[in-house]
Design a protein around this ligand. Structure first.
Ligand SMILES: *Cc1c(COP(=O)(O)O)cnc(C)c1O
Length: 369
């Protein structure tokens, strides 16, 4: 069997998910480092864990594991629709936001189409573009590492089918100013889909950020992606959703597998949406941890980007990998950004306040030696 002659043409562009230290589950990190305690600050997870109400609902759902889940997830769609001020037919569920990115790519991207992707952005847009055999076109970042919308507009050609944006952006943590985004959407041709990944929407506060769900009402070519993995803390359950005009959602539903979101995840999402207190507590914990980290960075004189998320992108002014290794020796796993050309920068997820107390001690030790 000649596998290399059998796989699709796009195969050389596809990569298995890497499992370097920063990508491991925390138990495997402990093993790899030979430590009892490891602080996983590499995945932007909610350190508080899911809402107790969600855990209870998920446990209850186990008793019906013999039954197929609701295909569309009507109950969850209805609840999201009510919360976001849209109709259920404007919402579609996916197996995490990651799957939604793939579903959008499968719905719209043909080989020969182009997808515009900001240079410093979440990596799955690139992977899904490659999966479909379409051509990724990178748009530049602004000098302050914000997404350059003017730069993205200039990359539009007759072949452009999709523009991927992430707001607030991962891994920079910064938001696109509301007015800029509005003006941008108004200038994008209506035959180009603008996908706006709002994985960190619930953490954002102020500084001009606004969700693009409002824009969905006026623009048939805007599709917003959200996830339950971040503030709702259901990363392992795998559930996300998209919001767009009914025709757009219907198009994506043509490629969605029938039972893509399992019933445990649906039960957890439903209960999570009802627990506003847990969301508020998560935001509060994040705010405290982030302030502590930023104060330390200020004291060390290290530049960092103003974050609207649950992570901070900092310029260590040293080799990022070296700082990463020295933090890892102390049991703190963060993320290097050399893959984006940011060789001296790290992305640090916000842990619980007491975890951040421990982190800043270790970080000071590393940076002052
Ligand atoms: C974490 C993340 C996702 C993936 O979310 P899942 O729902 O867990 O697949 C998507 N987009 C961005 C920007 C993220 O940071």
């Amino acid at each position: 069997m000649k596998l290399d002659q059998m796989v699709r043409n796009v195969y050389p562009n596809l990569m298995p998910y890497t499992c370097s230290l920063a990508d491991l589950p925390v138990e495997e990190m402990k093993q790899a480092l030979g430590r009892d305690q490891v602080y996983k600050l590499s995945f932007n997870e909610n350190p508080l864990g899911p809402s107790p109400k969600a855990i209870e609902a998920m446990q209850k759902s186990l008793q019906q594991l013999n039954l197929y889940p609701s295909s569309a997830g009507e109950a969850v769609l209805n609840k999201i629709a009510a919360k976001e001020g849209v109709r259920p037919e404007n919402v579609i569920l996916s197996n995490g936001a990651d799957e939604m990115i793939i579903l959008v790519a499968q719905t719209f991207l043909e080989p020969d189409d182009e997808a515009i992707i900001p240079e410093i952005c979440f990596v799955q847009y690139l992977a899904s573009t490659h999966l479909m055999g379409a051509t990724p076109v990178f748009s530049p970042m602004k000098e302050d590492l914000g997404i350059d919308l003017e730069g993205a507009l200039q990359k539009i050609t007759e072949k452009t089918k999709v523009i991927f944006l992430c707001n607030p952006n991962n891994p920079t943590g910064t938001a696109i100013p509301e007015e800029d985004l509005k003006a941008f959407i108004a200038r994008v041709p209506e035959n180009v889909l603008v996908v706006i990944d709002e994985a960190y929407h619930e953490f954002a506060d102020g500084d001009g950020y606004a969700s693009s769900v409002e824009l969905v009402k006026d623009y048939a070519n805007v599709f917003v992606i959200r996830t339950f993995s971040k503030i709702y803390s259901l990363a392992a359950a795998r559930i996300g959703y998209g919001i767009g005009q009914a025709a757009l959602v219907d198009a994506v539903n043509h490629v969605r597998p029938p039972f893509n979101v399992n019933s445990i995840a649906q039960a957890g999402a439903l209960a999570s949406l009802d627990d506003a207190e847990h969301v508020a507590a998560s935001r509060q914990s994040n705010r405290i941890g982030k302030e502590l980290l930023c104060k330390t960075l200020d004291a060390l004189g290290l530049p960092y980007l103003k974050s609207q998320t649950n992570f901070v992108c900092v310029d260590t002014k040293r080799d990022g990998k070296e700082v990463f290794d020295r933090l890892a020796e102390r049991g703190f796993i963060v993320r290097t950004l050399a893959g984006y050309g940011l060789k001296s920068s790290l992305r640090i997820s916000i842990g619980r306040p007491e975890e951040m107390e421990a982190f800043v001690q270790a970080f000071k030790e590393v940076m002052q030696n």
